[in-house]
Structures are given as C-alpha cells and as structure tokens.
Design a protein around this ligand. Structure first.
Ligand SMILES: [Zn+2]
Length: 162
C-alpha cells in the first residue's frame, strides 16, 4: 500500500508592473534624490508619508508637498524571531513603526545598530541610507533606522499616532 499524499509543492512566480500614480511617483523620485517627500491635507493639515494623493480621513486630494527629515520616533515595535528568505537580516531583530518628525502617520522599518532588546517606544531614530550610487526610485534606499543620541520622546508626543 502506498503512502497517502498529504501535501504538494507548487512553485509559483508572478511578474507584474506596478503603476505608482502621481503622488507615489513624486515620493519615489524624491527617494532617488535622497529626499523624503510627504503631502499635507488641505483640510485636516495631516502630513502623509508616503503620500497616496488623498487624505483617507477627509476624502480630499492632497497636493501640498512637504519635505520630511530622516529623524523620527519609534511609536510601537515588535521583535522578529522567525527567519525570512526575503530578508538578509538575521533574527532576532526589531521592526518598528516610526513616526518621522513632521509626519502624521508612522511606517514600518527595521531598527539596526542597536541590540534588539533595547528598542523601546519613544526611542529617537534616524534613517540610514544605502550608498548614493545604489539609490533607485525605491523606499529601499533607506536601509534601516538607527538610534539617535537624544532623550526619548515623551509618550504624549506620539500617543495619537499609535
Ligand atoms: Zn485630511
């Protein structure tokens, strides 16, 4: 009697082109120049990075461009202990939501150059860019974030952005 089939492996590969759209294209062009560009909502004044071309809260188009620094604050984080084929970084490592100074929504990024168990809410961090000759129109130009020698941001300063 033969063994029952309990699973099969079916390698799948998809290739597709992504149309960035106007707001994301501006953002990605900025990335290729080492700039972080967001957009401010004309109604609620929130700054979105990366911008999507509209404010999800107010439902209006965003056009005012705002250049954001590469410094920010860790709002929340997690410690990753499971390896991934798509990442060269070895676990355990910290991945965090980072609220850039002047922005109103955080985004997810790696924290490096710091023991993973020292990452904390409120920690001040800065972007570490890939070498200039490697820059493309990609968010990947920012390799990761590293701690800044600054006091932690008080919880009240980012509690609305968790
Ligand atoms: Zn708005």
């Amino acid at each position: 009697m033969s063994e029952p089939v309990t699973s099969i492996k079916t390698p799948i590969r998809l290739e597709y082109s992504y149309t960035a759209g106007r707001a994301s294209a501006r953002f990605l062009r900025g990335m290729s120049e080492g700039r972080i560009l967001g957009q401010r909502c004309p109604s609620c004044r929130k700054v979105y990075v990366p911008p999507r071309g509209s404010c999800p809260r107010c439902g209006v188009a965003t056009q005012e461009e705002v250049e954001i620094s590469g410094k920010g604050t860790v709002t929340t984080f997690c410690i990753v202990r499971i390896p991934s084929e798509n990442l060269s970084v070895k676990p355990p490592y910290a991945a965090a939501h980072i609220l850039l100074d002047g922005a109103d929504i955080p985004f997810f990024a790696l924290i490096q150059e710091c023991p993973f168990d020292q990452v904390r809410m409120g920690m001040r961090v800065e972007a570490v860019w890939a070498p200039r000759e490697e820059w493309t129109t990609s968010f990947g130009n920012i390799r990761y974030f590293r701690p800044l020698a600054e006091p932690d941001a008080p919880f009240d300063s980012f509690k609305e952005h968790l």
